[in-house]
Design a protein around this ligand. Structure first.
Ligand code: BGC
Length: 428
């Protein structure tokens, strides 16, 4: 199972989850509320604002060729129309550091968080959101957009649509936490991305993506631009076919339609959803299923299914911009990556145009409301010292990338680690 010579092999992060000190964002305000919807505060996260150089050295040393990271709007535009040259310079330094190590920078312009001033004004619920976001994208793209290898507008743009019922239950169960959060951000909780899936969201989100894409393209016409979507394998239990169709129509179709006009579509898959005869979706796994730390069904095969679905609907080239597993057992992570890539390879053999695979995530990091307990990383982070520890799965994916072949995935952990030592992979 080999991959094309220019295949994108990467690992991803998102600013709020790794940088630390993102105090001007709505998420930080929600974490600081008492009581809070978040189990703990992001705080210094992985201190990556300071340590990005070391992390890029690890990524390059492993053999990966792409780094997906996000640009934090709350840093770049701390007040409406007031752009921070310091913040723009920071992200420009990250891009320079990528190229100096032969790593392609793939930047995401929105990964869940908004600046406080945007949240205070309703976030995605405000009709002015699309123009505001596009102006920020244009500013960033004019500053260094042409130096990006890929640009992703909005991360998992359809996630609010898919979370709508779950978040309605969270609201009903924790009214005091929601009230404290709303007081902290100065707006209804629907202002925060994860709760944004209410009437009007989908159309506004599509418009936001399209304005952002055009803004980036006008400053950097040669840079491939796309959105990323949360796409899970959807399986019908007996009688559940209509439920699957209705879900795809509501949560995927509006974005697939828009993605037909994009350069690529970012596919992000974590598990399988099942639909019963009542038409309802459940993320509840089958009784005998192996579970990840997130409580999801262990289901690496979901990725191939998601790619086939996206390709059939859009015929737009795909980059897997996130695929990963939260586990403490790195052997299960290696098995997961191997199996997910087998699914990618089989889909490619069947004619699906897949251009890359980016693992979520480079570092064990801040998993939003679940805090630091779930560990998705290829690289561990000591929460006290911030020291990085490379896991065998990191070495394995690096070997796969170097060889453009899945053969390395058949090795034992010891063989993988000694292969890593042979090419000089070490913790920094
Ligand atoms: C998000 C990441 C998140 C990951 C694991 C995706 O929904 O883009 O920010 O950490 O899933 O839950």
């Amino acid at each position: 199972m080999t991959f094309p010579a220019d295949f994108v092999w990467g690992a991803a992060t998102a600013a709020h989850q790794v940088e630390g000190g993102n105090w001007n964002s709505d998420c930080w305000a929600l974490e600081s509320a008492r009581p809070s919807l978040f189990v703990e505060h992001s705080g210094v996260a992985c201190d990556q604002f300071a340590r990005y150089g070391d992390d890029l050295a690890i990524l390059a040393g492993l053999g990966l060729n792409t780094y997906r990271f996000s640009i934090e709007w709350a840093r770049v535009e701390p007040e409406e129309g007031g752009f921070s040259q310091q913040a723009l310079d920071h992200y420009k330094r990250i891009i320079d550091a990528c190229w100096s190590r032969n790593i392609q920078p793939m930047a995401t312009f929105h990964h869940f968080t908004n600046p406080r001033w945007v949240a205070r004004d309703g976030g995605f619920q405000n009709d002015r959101f699309p123009e505001r976001f596009a102006r920020y994208c244009e500013t960033v793209a004019c500053a260094f957009g042409d130096q990006l290898a890929y640009a992703c507008t909005i991360n998992e743009i359809n996630l609010p649509d898919s979370l709508d019922q779950l978040m309605a239950r969270v609201k009903a169960k924790y009214p005091d936490r929601v009230a404290a959060g709303e007081a902290a951000i100065g707006a209804p909780i629907e202002s925060f991305f994860l709760f944004a899936g209410v009437a009007g969201y989908t159309a506004r989100a599509v418009r936001t993506h399209e304005l952002a894409r055009d803004a980036i393209k006008s400053a950097a016409p040669h840079v491939p631009v796309g959105m990323t979507m949360s796409i899970q394998e959807c399986e019908a239990e007996p009688g559940g076919e209509a439920g699957v169709a209705a879900y795809k129509q509501r949560v995927y179709a509006p974005y697939y339609d828009s993605a037909k006009r994009d350069d690529f579509l970012g596919v992000q898959t974590y598990t399988r959803m099942r639909f019963g005869a009542d038409g309802k979706a459940t993320r509840r796994p089958p009784p005998d299923a192996e579970l990840t730390q997130m409580g999801y069904e262990y289901r690496p095969q979901a990725l191939g299914a998601a790619c086939r679905d996206a390709w059939a609907a859009t015929q737009t080239p795909i980059i897997v911009t996130e695929s990963g597993i939260a586990t403490q057992d790195d052997g299960r992570r290696r098995a997961f990556i191997r199996s997910a890539l087998e699914g990618v390879s089989a889909a490619m053999a069947a004619g699906v145009d897949i251009r890359g695979y980016v693992y979520w995530t480079l570092l064990d990091n801040f998993e939003w409301m679940s805090g630091y307990a779930p560990t998705f990383g290829l690289v561990g982070v000591d929460r006290r010292t911030m020291a990085r520890a490379i896991k065998p799965s990191a070495v394995m994916i690096g070997e796969i990338a170097r060889a453009n072949s899945l053969e390395a995935a058949t090795k034992s952990a010891d063989q993988v680690l000694s292969a890593g030592a042979a090419v000089g992979v070490s913790d920094r």
